[in-house]
Design a protein around this ligand. Structure first.
Ligand code: FPP
Length: 247
């Protein structure tokens, strides 16, 4: 397998981790077993991303819509999150990976919030590698929250409506401190965005793979990065403009 030149490694990869339930069903196992295996994949992919040179990795771990799942699945997912944060702290520190979150994390159970605060505080000074967990995240909720905060800033005289621009508004998104994803991957063969980083992925390259999340590994991540390396990103310009640089 040929690797792309380092310049073609995406700085930020975002992943919609999908297919845990189907992985479990195919084996006659409870859905939670699929999520459990999904957590092992998270560890593998966090390590693989760093080895490949991906500086920001964002994982869609729990959406605002996921609360509608059966109560035992929701509590199982929260338990796995708590387990993951406790187990991974040492690994993140050893590998100098900073943890950030996007989403309404204030509505998560207290024990999960406590673990998140602990891991975020312990890794806050690392700058080379960043893992972003999207938790209780939804793009529309994010835009609504940003609009609320922007309106408040206008009311307090910190912003002026006539200056409104994407550049200014995007500073109110949860992801303000994170570059936009260069590459978005969705596993399990579904061809949807599912309310994930809709604004930030305006110019992202998309890769959809049929591999179910528990089966996803370093080779699959590398294949998506290689695919990305072969794409030409034009941001609305022509190929010729891209080759000669900005006018
Ligand atoms: C989608 O599979 C996956 C989720 C809704 C949750 C993803 C969560 C994990 C991988 C584990 C927890 C995460 C961390 C970071 C510790 P699905 O259940 O929708 O699968 P299906 O579409 O096949 O039913």
């Amino acid at each position: 397998m040929s690797s792309p030149s380092p310049a073609k490694v995406p700085q930020h990869v975002a992943i919609i981790m999908d297919g845990n339930g189907r992985w479990a069903r195919q084996r006659g196992l409870p859905r939670l077993e699929g999520h459990r295996r999904g957590v092992e994949t998270v560890r593998t992919v966090v390590d693989a991303a760093r080895e490949i040179g991906i500086r920001y990795l964002t994982l869609y771990a729990f959406s605002v819509e996921n609360w509608r799942r059966p109560a035992d699945e929701v509590s199982g997912l929260m338990g796995l999150l708590d387990f993951f944060l406790k187990r991974e702290l040492d690994n993140l520190i050893r590998n100098r990976v900073r943890l950030l979150t996007i989403g309404r994390t204030g509505d998560l159970p207290a024990n999960v919030r406590r673990e998140l605060d602990r891991v975020i505080a312990a890794t806050r000074d690392f700058t080379e590698w960043t893992l972003v967990l999207a938790l209780n995240y939804g793009s529309r909720t994010e835009v609504a929250d940003a609009a609320r905060d922007y309106a408040q800033a206008v009311r307090e005289g910190r912003e002026r409506p006539e200056d409104a621009s994407w550049e200014k508004f995007s500073r109110y998104l949860y992801s303000a401190a994170i570059p936009e994803p260069d590459l978005l991957i969705r596993t399990s063969g579904e061809l949807r965005m599912s309310n994930f980083m809709l604004m930030q992925c305006a110019y992202s390259e998309l890769v959809f793979t049929p591999v179910l999340w528990p089966d996803f590994g370093k080779a699959d991540l590398q294949a998506a990065v290689d695919d990305y390396g072969r794409r030409e990103r034009r941001y609305g310009q022509t190929t010729e403009q891209i080759k000669t640089g900005p006018a």
